[in-house]
Each structure stands twice: as structure tokens, then as C-alpha cells.
Design a protein around this ligand. Structure first.
Ligand code: MN
Length: 149
């Protein structure tokens, strides 16, 4: 955890992405960014402990129960990335366009090293979700059947 990898991959003289420090806001927000890079994918990020824990979803997030979507764990991003949209220039890491696809708050219900359960309250995504670590950088994102009360 931490932003060293985020910084190491980027040239902040060339990319419009934020160069930010860890920042505790006391909020629990999430964002899904549609990232038209060499391959289209969606980046799912949860604000936790002063950073955005991040996963790349090659096929996007599931919107119904019973659908498992691969979520590839990627480097933590700075909290200020939650508002980022724009164009990352050719030749830079992640070159392409980034659009905010959904955002909102979430409630964390369970946190283990290989498991996160949470409820999303966004515009496109809402309800109970789980992220399960399977192997290496691979996780699965699924919508849970019922919201917890
Ligand atoms: Mn991405």
C-alpha cells in the first residue's frame, strides 16, 4: 500500500493526472472510471486509509446478481484521483481518455486480506457487492444477493 508505485509509473510533467499525497478525508467514496486506453476497461476505486485502492475491470462491473467480473488489482491511486477525468497523452502510462462512469459513497461491511464486502450507493451501481481475491493480482467482483440491514 502507498503511492510509490503510482508515482514511479508517471511523469507528472507530461500527464494531467494528479500528483498527490496520502490524504485522509474521513469519507468512504468510490468511483468507476471508464478508461479508453489501448484496451477499454473500467477502473474501480475505493477510498480507504488515505488512498484509492484500485482494480481494473476488463469487462466492467456486474450490475446483476450471479455475474462474476474479473477485477485486476492495480496500484493505489491518490484520493484526488477520484475527480479525475481527461486525456492521458500518447506515450504516457495508461494513455487514453478517462471519464467518470459512476461515483458515490460506500459502506464497508467486512474487510479481510482476501475479501471485501461493501454496499455501493452510486447512480449506476447500488447495492451489496463483494470483492474476492483469487490468485496473484486477480480478484472477482460480484453483486451480492441481498443487502445487509
Ligand atoms: Mn485504467
Amino acid at each position: 500500500m502507498g503511492l510509490e508505485e503510482y508515482r514511479a509509473r508517471r511523469d507528472f510533467g507530461a500527464t494531467p493526472e494528479p500528483e498527490a499525497e496520502q490524504m485522509e478525508t474521513g469519507q468512504s467514496r468510490f468511483v468507476v472510471q471508464k478508461h479508453q486506453a489501448r484496451r477499454l476497461h473500467y477502473d474501480f476505486r475505493l477510498e480507504m486509509q488515505g488512498v484509492l485502492r484500485s482494480w481494473a475491470l476488463p469487462k466492467g462491473p456486474p450490475t446483476s446478481h450471479g455475474v462474476r467480473r474479473l477485477a485486476v488489482h492495480v496500484e493505489d491511486h491518490p484520493v484526488s484521483y477520484i475527480d479525475f477525468s481527461g486525456t492521458i497523452p500518447e506515450g504516457q502510462y495508461g494513455a487514453g481518455t478517462v471519464q467518470i462512469w459512476d461515483h458515490g459513497k460506500y459502506v464497508l461491511e467486512r474487510e479481510e486480506p482476501d475479501l471485501l464486502e461493501f454496499t455501493l450507493r452510486g447512480k449506476r451501481l447500488s447495492g451489496a457487492y463483494v470483492l474476492v481475491h483469487t490468485d496473484g493480482d486477480s480478484w472477482l467482483l460480484m453483486k451480492r444477493k441481498q443487502e445487509r440491514s
